[in-house]
Design a protein around this ligand. Structure first.
Ligand SMILES: NC(=O)c1ccc[n+]([C@@H]2O[C@H](COP(=O)([O-])OP(=O)(O)OC[C@H]3O[C@@H](n4cnc5c(N)ncnc54)[C@H](OP(=O)(O)O)[C@@H]3O)[C@@H](O)[C@H]2O)c1
Length: 163
């Protein structure tokens, strides 16, 4: 079982504002879909609530909440990350898809990091990715997408493995 984090961050590690993404880059949304489809995705309750149409299709949706009686359509709800990971132990790859509280908990134990850096700052951001110690991560692949009619900002995708 491989544990992977997938995230898009601004120049200051920003990831969200008012429980929404900072921006929607078509290239990044496509990559997110391609990487996560067919796998389990694990998210915090607030990220779940930010999804425009609820659970994401063709993926096993796992939501973490301390609320014991929370029932969400097409999702399994767990009250701890450990319990969710035990439940998913037979999966090949599990994606932690946010938000800030989940990234904070999972970064130290993750095997892979799929990181999109948006080449912009977002002063209105209120949620951040934790600091990354790059000496702990080996770069596997990188790809830059310039801004265009479908992408408001330049961005660079990095794939890392925990060393
Ligand atoms: N840029 C990106 O790639 C990206 C990706 C995802 C999300 N985001 C953004 O991130 C923001 C949301 O992040 P956030 O940090 O505010 O919230 P979050 O991490 O999505 O959700 C936090 C909630 O998750 C539950 N939770 C977290 N850890 C838990 C644990 N170990 N056990 C049980 N429950 C747990 C708690 O729910 P209860 O309060 O119900 O107990 C907690 O209040 C939004 O702006 C969203 O758009 C950005």
């Amino acid at each position: 079982m491989k544990l992977s984090l997938i995230v898009a961050i601004g120049k200051n590690n920003e990831i969200g504002k008012e429980n929404q993404l900072l921006c929607r880059l078509s290239s990044d949304l496509k990559r997110f879909k391609a990487l996560t489809t067919g796998h389990a995705i694990v998210m915090g309750r607030k990220t779940y609530q930010s999804l425009p149409s609820g659970a994401l299709p063709n993926r096993t949706n796992i939501v973490l909440s301390h609320g014991k009686n929370l029932h969400l359509e097409a999702c399994a709800v767990f009250t701890s990350l450990d319990a969710a990971l035990v439940h998913l132990r037979n999966e090949t790859e599990i994606f932690i898809i946010g938000g800030g509280t989940l990234y904070q908990q999972a970064l130290p134990i993750a095997d892979k990091l799929y990181l999109t850096k948006i080449h912009a700052t977002f002063p209105e951001a209120d949620t951040f990715f934790p600091p990354i110690d790059y000496s702990e991560w080996k770069l596997i692949a990188t790809e830059t997408t310039p801004a265009n009619e479908k992408n408001d900002y330049d961005s660079t995708f990095y794939e890392y493995e925990h060393v």
